[in-house]
Design a protein. Structure first.
Length: 349
């Protein structure tokens, strides 16, 4: 049987097509040959607790899960762009990733307020995970949809523990915060201003000096990170349990960079989302007692709200602050309603 040149060419092309398909299939089932490098700049530098206790473990997990085919270069805020501009830098593709809180305090992604954690909402990593990703609630899907609209994909999350007030004046009831000047950004500012206080916006690096000079009366901060920032040296009081028992930090990557990965790589990165969440959340929790002791060692005092005052703070937050968050977007409004249902299911509302 004689084969024409056209037949030979056709069979060659079919064989080539089969080989290409087989290679693609093999690639989707395992690590690709090429290494992808992402440059990630968060809204903070290495002095923040979120660096060692949030980003570094997540980066290590991603690189291990992808068998080294995704490498991440971590740059501190200011190295490529300012901390305030880091979110939009990742969205525009100037960098490949971003980490921070409430995604620039909701200005560029209002749904970031849901990921940050509602004031007096979830009280633990377990509760936060349930309301964000549990099958009965899935608020996280709302955040992811909004992120995609802005050219980003949500890939990492960590509970940094309670966000509280650290002050140079006693706070034993909510009214004690009225008229006080506190460094407070985004979610904290909503809470503080609703109480009649003055929220002052400033970079993290300026807070220590501002407190020492009396420019501000204190700051809102994650409890486990106060010693990293040396706030224990300049404040007299830590107010516990704080206005937000489960403050969160989020990590996003540019959506085009995400979609450029293979299915296998994306699946591997998704597979470490939950495990790194609980791993890093525990790391932050472990630092809380250490940080509070550092304050005591400097002569400071830890003030614990009474159960009655905690109930008042929860009621105030739900009635006065949650509606402001809901008003920021339709998805926020939906998320707040889901959060209310969650609170009812837990007997807290």
């Amino acid at each position: 049987m004689t084969m024409t040149k056209r037949t030979i060419f056709t069979m060659t092309m079919i064989s080539a097509g089969i080989m290409t398909a087989n290679q693609a299939l093999a690639q989707s089932d395992g690590p690709p040959d090429e290494v992808t490098t992402w440059v990630l700049q968060p809204a903070f530098d290495s002095s923040d607790a979120g660096w060692d206790n949030g980003l570094i473990p997540w980066i290590n997990a991603v690189e291990e899960a992808t068998e080294g085919t995704v490498k991440i270069e971590l740059r501190p805020a200011g190295s490529l762009t300012s901390g305030d501009e880091a979110f939009m830098a990742a969205a525009s593709g100037m960098t490949d990733g971003y980490a921070g809180w409430a995604t620039v305090y909701g200005g560029d992604l209002p749904e970031g307020m849901l990921a940050f954690g509602l004031p007096m909402g979830a009280e633990s990593p377990e509760e936060a995970w349930e309301v964000m990703w549990g099958e009965d609630y899935r608020i996280g899907d709302l955040v992811q949809e909004a992120a995609h609209e802005r050219g980003l994909h949500w890939v990492g999350w960590t509970d940094q523990g309670t966000n509280a007030m650290f002050t140079n004046f006693r706070v034993e009831k909510l009214e004690d915060l009225e008229g006080k000047k506190m460094r407070a950004g985004g979610p904290q500012a909503l809470f503080h201003e609703a109480l009649g206080g003055t929220a002052v916006s400033m970079g993290a690096g300026d807070i220590y000096t501002a407190i020492r000079l009396g420019t501000i009366d204190g700051t809102y901060w994650d409890t486990g990170g106060i010693d990293d920032m040396s706030f224990n040296e300049v404040v007299d009081y830590a107010i516990q349990p704080g206005w937000n028992p489960a403050q969160h930090q989020e990590t996003f990557v540019n959506l085009e960079a995400w979609n450029a990965l293979t299915d296998w790589q994306r699946e591997q990165i998704n597979s470490v989302f939950k495990e790194t969440y609980f791993e890093t959340s525990k790391m932050h929790a472990d630092q809380v007692d250490i940080a509070l002791q550092s304050l005591r060692d400097e002569g400071g005092e830890v003030i614990n709200f009474s159960d009655e005052e905690i109930d008042r703070m929860r009621e105030f937050s739900i009635e006065e602050v949650w509606p402001e968050i809901a008003a920021m977007s339709e998805r926020n409004a939906e998320g707040v309603e889901i959060f209310k249902r969650f609170m009812k299911d837990k007997g807290k509302l």
